[in-house]
Structure formats: C-alpha cells, structure tokens
Design a protein around this ligand. Structure first.
Ligand code: ADP
Ligand code: MG
Length: 257
C-alpha cells in the first residue's frame, strides 16, 4: 500500500488535483477489473487532461472579453430570419477557423449578429482556441494607442497569433481616414493567416461611407470576403419580440447585396 501523504504531495507538485480526486475510485476499479498498469495510467491522466481542457475553455472565454455571454443553445432560430440553423451549427464546428476563413454577419440592429458572433466564438474557446473580442471602435482605439507608442507592427503581429478575432459593430460610427487605415492594416495582416468574425448593421454598399473612402472600403471588403461565410440576418429586432405589434416601428430597411 503506498503512502497517501506522499501521493497527495506528488499530485500537488504536479498540479494535478483532478487526478488526485479520481485516484481512490479509479484504483479500486482497476484492482477489481484487473487493469494493466498502462490502462490505469491512461485513465488517471485522461481525467486530469479533461478537467484542464474544460477549465482552459473558461479561462479563454474570460480572456476573450466578450460583451456578453451568449450561446447557440439560447439562440431562437425560429425567430431569426436569413440564417439557417444547420448553417450556423456547421460554422460552430470551426472548420472556418482551421481554414483561416472569416465570418461576416450583416443585418439591422437587434437581429442577433453579436449573439451569434459570441456563441460561435465561445465554441472556439471551448475547443482550445484563443479569441479576442472588441467593437470596431475599440480595436481602432487599441491600434491607435499602439501606433502612437511606435508598437503598431508588434501589436498586429501579436494579434496575429490569436486565431480568432471578433470585430463587432462595424458601421455604428463612421471612421476618419486614420482609423480606417488601422482597420485595413489589421484585416490585411490577418488575410489567409487567421480568422475574423465581423458584424455590421450596414450592407457592404454602405461601407464606403463608414470608411470615408470607397477604394479603401472595397479593398477591405475584398480581403475580408475572399475566404468568408457571409450571413445576412433580416427582419425585426429580437428586442421587440414580445412588444405589442401596434407599437412596433416599421422594420429597418436593409438590403444586403
Ligand atoms: P445585433 O448585434 O444584431 O444588434 P444582438 O445579438 O445584440 O443583436 O441581439 C440583441 C438581443 O437580442 C441580445 O440580447 C440577443 O441575445 C437577443 N437575440 C437576438 N436574436 C435572438 C434570437 N434569434 N434568439 C435569442 N435571442 C436573440
Ligand atoms: Mg451587435
């Protein structure tokens, strides 16, 4: 019989609390079922690995700094217009991430763009990928700050090591040329290297106005959509779902091309 105090010490040194907790039951089962040493070792290590993978997911979700916590399970596909459940569930299997492709979510306010962007990203966190979330305005602020302190290249490189970057709310505020240029640099640097999920309440035809320059906007859209899945949400804001029909404003006019 081994010394339990010594075992407890070794588990602490190895930082393997899940394995420590599962040891008594696993050992008992291994004895009863006459497992090989290899099978027992594998079962013990697998317990620790599974526990680390799930807490790692939680750490990555917190590190991503999502605006809210939203899941695909909470998303009502019967209310949403313009997206198919199967299509979204397929995206959540993360092939796009492995292929370094993008997702662009377009549609009027309240139709679930941010919700879906976060829900797919959470799947990525749980599957072991790092994610960084911010609004377009926040990305501009962050990159602008890096630029002012002469670290723009370094910052873009650092962000390039994060496999999924979410840029929420492109179009809520128009950009000045300097801001537009920063976003263009970020999008270009990630092109075919790392994925982005971008949301916008403006169809691509309105992006020239957002970025103050049709040529910059066209070049950006070109890079963004060359390898991308584009989802165009339509219809009413989910926020008005239970409101009296009579008091509803007319649906926002939105014509994605
Ligand atoms: P958008 O980013 O398109 O403006 P959001 O994703 O922020 O819209 O959605 C607004 C609110 O409505 C959020 O709280 C979101 O969770 C909820 N919501 C939107 N669409 C759905 C849906 N189809 N099912 C469940 N909740 C939804
Ligand atoms: Mg949003």
């Amino acid at each position: 019989m081994s010394d339990t105090a010594e075992l407890a010490h070794l588990f602490r040194v190895l930082k393997a609390p899940a394995a420590a907790r599962s040891l008594p039951k696993l050992a008992e089962r291994a004895r009863a079922e006459e497992w090989s040493y290899e099978r027992f070792t594998e079962a013990l290590l697998a317990t620790e690995a599974a526990s680390r993978a799930s807490s790692g997911g939680e750490i990555r979700i917190r590190a991503a700094r999502f605006a809210a916590r939203k899941t695909l399970e909470e998303f009502d596909f019967t209310f949403a217009r313009g997206v198919k459940k199967a299509e979204v569930l397929h995206l959540a299997q993360l092939d796009f991430l492995h292929e370094r492709e993008n997702i662009v979510l377009l549609g009027p306010p309240g139709t679930g763009k941010t919700h879906l962007a976060i829900a797919i990203s959470i799947r990525a966190c749980l599957a072991g990928h790092r994610v960084a979330f911010a609004t377009a305005t926040e990305w501009v602020a962050r990159l602008g700050e890096a630029q002012r302190s002469g670290r723009l290249g370094e910052e873009i490189l650092r962000l390039g090591r994060i496999p999924l970057l979410v840029m929420d709310e492109v179009g809520y505020i128009p950009f000045d040329p300097a801001a537009a240029n920063l976003i263009f640099q970020l999008v270009s640097a990630r092109y075919e290297r790392a994925s982005m999920i971008v949301t916008s309440n403006k169809p691509f035809s309105g992006w020239g106005e957002i970025f103050g320059d049709e040529v910059v906007a066209a070049a950006m859209i070109d890079r963004l959509v060359h390898h991308a899945k584009i989802l165009s949400l339509k219809g009413d804001s989910y926020r008005l779902k239970d409101k009296d029909q009579a008091t509803r404003p007319p649906p926002a006019r939105f014509e994605p091309e």
